[in-house]
Design a binder for this molecule. Structure first.
Ligand SMILES: [Zn+2]
Length: 605
């Protein structure tokens, strides 16, 4: 009888293990394996993995390595058709979207150029609509591709900070972005991720107080039987209170020095899961939760991203799993527990850190008291309702769910008012918070400036009023109205200065490349480039614009070669040569126009 019971239990256990293993496997098997090929002619190699922590967003794709080079062929990852072409001087630069019959879309960004029929279609569209930048969604399949077809060449266009291909897989219907690793696009990786620091927090109404930092290194930890598991040597003594924990952690893929984002991390206490974050998929409108996911003020101050092991009230990022305390850890004076931090990369390389904690009697927390005194005089904004500040000269509106937590804010007018402010300087300031959605802001300019109303816009100071930036906006019914995407010190100013245009000659091999071209550098002092146009002897020409380098490029195309052909003709017929003249016109966002004509050499044949 006893034997039988034991036998049964044993079988149950085995079944449970098999079942668990199956469920884990099915997770990846929900996604077709080997359907999508790696879009470059090499083994998978990543500059940056899916979900990496970026300014104001999680990385929505994988950045594929092109060895600091441009011009590598980029292949269609599977059969399908071109469903969208988007060209921007920022962002993804020259991008292409392919829809596949299995319900997924692949996206390829920062291309140098497009290939074949796709390139032809695009150039026609650009000349017809006289625009370089556009976003076109195909209603039906016109441009079909086969798996492995070259769709373009890799580049560095848009907001890219070095040559690479940005690659995404999305669910076509929901547009959710999915980790390409789930489809089997995985680089070879045997290096373990590591936790560098553990951060201990106290909670206060406006967020967090950093209490302690545990440095994780050979002196502070000891190894265990499990080669991936370590114990923090000294038990952490914590006065009875609620705590939050954060980690600074990195993964390494190809190079033990090159820090990348981790795929998954979790915290257990009392042997149960308290919090887990896994980067399998997310929606674009969730991406800004990054500022609630990390300790944002710490990042602002120290440029290090601490990932929290708990969830703020206003943080609705969908990839979290947590207990009822949302990952927070309640310590009483009787607590004797071990916290388990576990981090993982996609290849199941792991780092597990055990931190013993011992609760002691409650102590008055001096930092917390000082903090509470400080916030007493501040204006309070709440995350789940609309927050409005309104006076005769100022309006500030923050929709519900625009902030992640209660925010205590400095509110008022800053003095002295001086150049470049053409209004009172309004402060809506908190160093610890960021916006999930931009706020509506309106400020009344001093009446003497009303005659310049078309040139007025909003600006904000950053870094102790030493420097300021444009926040855009337009004059409307007595106010300059715009959007504020940060807490800050806002005022009205104006822009009456036109952009500058200069021809530049770049003589690198890459610049000469396979096609001839002219370069122009265009810059604006404040409101930013609004519009740019070029004409060759009166005819509109296509100019590529790269915002990060301020560079306009004219690649010689049919307009140029027509002119050259005409001149060849006129040589034969002994008629006058047509001198090529390029006119460049650039308008800033406040309508200030610059125009310049350049005489071009003819001997480019
Ligand atoms: Zn990318």
């Amino acid at each position: 009888m006893w034997f039988n019971l034991f036998y049964m239990l044993k079988w149950r256990l085995i079944l449970l293990i098999v079942f668990t293993a199956l469920t884990i496997k099915t997770n990846a098997q929900n996604y077709p394996q080997n359907y999508f090929r790696y879009p470059l002619d090499s083994l998978p190699s990543l500059v940056s993995p899916f979900g990496g922590l970026r300014d104001n967003h999680f990385h929505s794709g994988m950045d594929l390595r092109t060895n600091q080079r441009e011009g590598l062929p980029v292949f269609a990852s599977a059969d399908g058709y071109v469903s969208r072409i988007k060209i921007q001087s920022i962002g993804y630069g020259k991008a292409i979207y392919l829809d596949h019959p299995n319900g997924y879309t692949t996206v390829y960004g920062h291309l140098q150029k497009y290939s074949g029929k796709i390139a032809e279609w695009i150039q026609n569209y650009q000349y017809k609509n006289q625009t370089f930048e556009f976003d076109y969604v195909f209603e039906k399949p016109i441009l079909l591709v086969k798996k492995g077809d070259t769709i373009g060449l890799s580049g560095n266009s848009g907001g890219s900070s070095g040559p690479h291909v940005h690659f995404e897989i999305r669910n076509t219907k929901s547009e959710k972005i999915i980790n390409p690793a789930l489809f089997g696009i995985i680089p070879f990786d045997t290096l373990n991720p590591i936790i560098k620091n553990v951060f201990v927090y106290n909670f206060v109404p406006d967020g967090l107080l950093l209490k302690q930092v545990l440095k994780i290194n050979n002196q502070s930890i000891i190894s265990t039987n499990n080669p991936n598991q370590f114990i923090y040597k000294k038990a952490l003594e914590l006065p009875a209170e609620m705590y939050g924990f954060g980690i600074e952690a990195y993964d390494y893929i190809h190079n033990p020095e090159d820090e990348k984002g981790i795929y998954e991390y979790s915290l257990k206490n009392k042997n149960k899961l308290a919090f887990r974050h896994t980067l399998n998929q997310f929606a674009f409108d969730e991406s800004k939760f990054i500022n609630a996911h990390i300790d944002y003020p710490f990042y602002k101050a120290a440029k290090t991203r601490i990932q929290k092991c708990f969830i703020d009230d206003g943080n609705e990022f969908s990839s979290y799993q947590s207990n009822s305390l949302k990952g927070k850890v309640l310590v009483t004076k009787k607590t004797r527990d071990t916290l388990v931090f576990e981090i993982k990369d996609f290849n199941q390389n792991k780092f597990i850190l055990l931190v013993p904690i011992v609760g002691v009697a409650f102590k008055i927390n001096k930092d917390k008291q000082d903090y509470l005194k400080l916030v007493k005089e501040k204006k309070v904004f709440y995350p789940f309702k609309k927050n409005i500040v309104k006076t005769d000269e100022f309006l500030f509106e923050l929709d519900a769910k625009s902030i992640y937590d209660t925010v205590f804010c400095d509110l008022g007018a800053l003095k002295p008012i001086q150049e470049p402010a053409l209004s009172i300087i309004y402060s809506v300031y908190s160093p610890s918070a960021s916006f999930h959605k931009a706020a509506n802001i309106a400020i009344k300019p001093f009446s003497v400036y009303l005659e310049y109303q078309n040139k007025l816009l909003l600006a904000y100071y950053f870094k102790d009023r030493k420097d300021f930036r444009s926040a855009g906006g337009n004059f409307e019914n007595g106010f300059v109205r715009g959007k504020a995407s940060n807490f800050g010190h806002y005022f009205v100013t104006m822009d009456t200065i036109a952009p500058t245009i200069k021809q530049v000659f770049i003589n690198t091999e890459e610049a000469l490349g396979d096609s001839l071209h002219f370069y122009f550098e265009i810059k604006d002092n404040f409101s930013g480039i609004g519009k740019y146009e070029g004409y060759l002897n009166g005819e509109w020409i296509l100019l590529d614009f790269d915002a990060k380098s301020n560079m306009l490029t004219y690649h010689f195309d049919k307009i140029w070669y027509n002119l050259v052909a005409q001149n060849k003709d006129s040589k034969l017929k002994n008629t006058a040569i047509i001198k090529p003249e390029v006119l460049i016109r650039v308008t800033d966002k406040k309508g200030n126009v610059a125009e310049k004509t350049f005489n071009m050499p003819i001997a480019f044949e």
